[in-house]
Design a protein around this ligand. Structure first.
Ligand code: GUN
Length: 280
């Protein structure tokens, strides 16, 4: 039976650490502030944004909500982002994705000042991360590093396998594991002999978006298994990319879904906001 990595507890610890940092900054006269821009009526985005604002309230970070209608033109949104870039009281800017089809997401992300890019999505942030310069790290992969380290596992020299190559998870995950001196393999939909590769991983990060895709036979005995999936099983119940029941018998460490990687994203966003306020 493996050790279950408690993402809820670890994310709470991080939010409490952020809360302390915020108090210290406020004592120095700096009030960390995050601007959250939401365009349109996507119900899932509304829930995400509400949770981000709740985390700001908890940690003491000021949040400014900007809600724009679904038919907002690209130029209007770009102008709003420019205004927030110029606003000295705003330390972090988050534009919730996805955006309505008339707006080019890349253009918007590119317009956010990299020093306020608390999501870590801008090409500048990604470039800084790739060459080891200080900058914002994409929140989900940064949260995964915290989950591994705070569970007492060293990444140094480990065989790390990531399945999934998205810009938000897979690619930055590879860079962060590399920074920790892991030996990194990135697998994707064209990878041959995928299960042979995953079964040799000391640390496996599963981000494929397929319910219970990895079974016990795909995993090395004692491995650290990080499940980024947010899928639905045959009964419509929330589950991950990993078949928790069978894999938890064989893995050394495993993250559950829910309560594993999920809560870390917002906690790391809060951490990035404090970092932004400290830097500016
Ligand atoms: N949409 C889904 N996840 C995210 C996220 O982490 N940041 C932003 N900006 N949009 C998202």
């Amino acid at each position: 039976m493996s050790y279950i990595i408690d993402g809820k507890k670890i994310s709470q610890d991080i939010k409490d650490e952020v809360k302390d940092e915020v108090s210290k900054l406020k004592a120095k006269g700096v009030e960390p502030c995050l601007a959250v821009v939401l365009v349109g009526d996507d119900p899932a985005s509304h829930v995400y944004v509400r949770n981000k604002i709740k985390a700001c309230d908890y940690t003491g970070i000021k949040s400014v909500s900007i809600n724009l209608p679904a038919d907002t033109e690209e130029s209007e949104l770009l102008q709003k982002v420019e205004e927030l870039n110029a606003d000295e009281k705003v330390h972090g800017i988050l534009v919730q994705l996805p955006l309505p089809p008339q707006i080019d997401e890349d253009k918007v992300i590119n317009t956010i000042d990299p020093d306020k890019d608390v999501d870590g999505f801008s090409p500048i942030s990604v470039g800084r991360l790739s060459i080891g310069l200080p900058g914002f790290k994409s929140c989900t992969p940064a949260g995964i590093i915290e989950l591994i380290k705070r569970s007492g596992v060293s990444i140094d020299g480990k065989n790390c396998v990531i399945v999934g190559r998205s810009n938000i998870v897979g690619k930055p995950m590879a860079m962060l594991l590399l920074r920790e001196n892991g030996t990194v393999t990135v697998c994707h939909s064209h990878t041959k002999n995928l299960r042979e590769i995953t079964s040799q991983a000391d640390i496996l990060v599963a981000a494929v978006g397929k319910p219970k895709y990895f079974k016990a036979e795909d995993i090395k005995e004692g491995a650290v298994v990080i499940d980024v999936g947010m899928d639905r099983d045959e009964n419509g119940k929330l589950c991950g990319d990993v078949d928790f029941t069978s894999v938890s018998e064989k893995a050394g460490y495993i993250t559950p879904v829910p309560g594993g990687v999920g809560p870390m994203t917002i906690a790391m966003l809060m951490k990035n906001c404090v970092e932004a306020a400290e830097r500016l």
